[in-house]
Design a protein around this ligand. Structure first.
Ligand SMILES: [Zn+2]
Length: 121
């Protein structure tokens, strides 16, 4: 990844972080009032965005956390907080089979709704 690409991802992450922190309270999950420990997708996304910014500073940004191959820039340009490459994501999806344990997938989908929606095969 080149320095301009890295800067681009950093800028995306920083604006996403601001958006998540200042996010509209209208989107709060309704079930929080029931006292159920609800996982807030925004809080989890914020954690991912922050760790991606840390990885930029550390120089390990863009590396898949599982297989350590580089995540394609086309993917990072849309979801710079992605921590898995497409191969590992697909493998995780196949394992979870929609059982709800695909945490990373949930995060990616949440991010897609907030910004550019792309035809993801
Ligand atoms: Zn991977």
């Amino acid at each position: 990844m080149t320095q301009p690409e890295l800067d681009e991802c950093r800028a995306l992450l920083q604006s996403k972080r601001t958006e998540l922190i200042e996010g509209s309270p209208a989107h709060r999950p309704l079930s929080t009032a029931a006292g159920t420990p609800e996982i807030d997708p925004r809080a989890m996304m914020l954690r991912n965005v922050r760790s991606a910014l840390v990885r930029i500073d550390e120089g390990s940004f863009g590396e898949c956390l599982i297989c350590h191959r580089y995540i394609p820039y086309e993917l990072l340009a849309v979801t710079p907080w992605a921590t898995w490459c497409l191969v590992c994501r697909k493998a995780a999806d196949a394992r979870s089979c929609g059982s709800g344990s695909g945490m990373e997938e949930t995060l990616v989908n949440a991010g897609d709704r907030g910004g550019h929606r792309q035809g993801d095969a």
